[in-house]
Design a protein around this ligand. Sequence first.
Ligand code: C2E
Ligand code: CA
Ligand code: CA
Length: 285
Amino acid sequence: AKSDGRGRWAVFDPDRHAREVARYTLAATMPAAVEHGEFVVEYQPLVSLESDRLWGVEALVRWRHPQLGLLPPDQFINLAEETGAIVPLGRWVLQSACAQAQAWQAIAGPDFRVSVNLAVRQAHEQDLTEEVAAVLRDTGLPADRLVLELTESAIMGPAAEPLRALHTLAEMGVRLAIDDFGTGYSNLAYLRELPVHALKIAGSFVSGTPTARRTSTDPVDERIVATLVELAHALDLTVIAEGVETDEQAARLRAIGCDVGQGWHFARPSGPAAITARLAAEHHR
Ligand code: C2E
Ligand code: CA
Ligand code: CA
């Protein structure tokens, strides 16, 4: 018997052992893979439900692994968090996304932003604000064109106190969005204390994804979403619905008054060229 590291004991399982070895190997190669340029950033549209125009894009990282092919983030982000490789990787994603967004500014104008996910470990880095400031300086992207997406667990420090660094970032003009809103802490006091700009309602409430426990038309979920939209608006926040997969979901969200939608119904994540083309079409250039 062997501990699985979570305080449980399990009989030795050869398949599982092989998976752990594979995980360990993958983890060990990550820092070099960042240096070798094996990671790519895709962008998924965040679409204004009122105007149908781009409100912004979310940067989503993928690993173009030389042997394993294109790996989605759920195969390496947790691993990167555990080993600390998320710090250099996250910095690289931030730098790439801000450089790309700066290039898009010329076509899009000021009403367009790039949203970048911040891992728990990154959020608690000592030099987070300096790092973000340096990237904005290097790329020339105005601070208010950058949205940092944090989950509730990334926001709450070990002492259950919201991160101070987030105030400094907000003073710089950087926007903060709460990712997967509604799936984390039930204590919402941090919404009063932090300069939050947007709430992203988790796809599990919108389309039943990724947990897929409910169907799209479940009235309980619709009431939850409507309540979250009301809460966001009462606090003067932009509300973004994730995981919008169907026409019907988009129509209901629009009717409820949700501001922005993200999901396969609008567009899948893609390379930057598709975003450039869409911005050019929207701005007739
Ligand atoms: P997330 O931040 O909640 O990102 C949204 C995820 O939902 C993305 O998965 C996106 O491709 C997927 N998605 C978009 N529309 C739909 C839809 O209509 N239906 C369904 N079922 N899914 C949809 P992806 O790209 O696989 O990323 C998964 C997670 O990995 C992200 O969840 C985020 O937590 C993490 N992640 C991705 N990129 C980064 C990054 O650069 N840094 C960090 N720390 N985490 C990242
Ligand atoms: Ca996100
Ligand atoms: Ca999310």
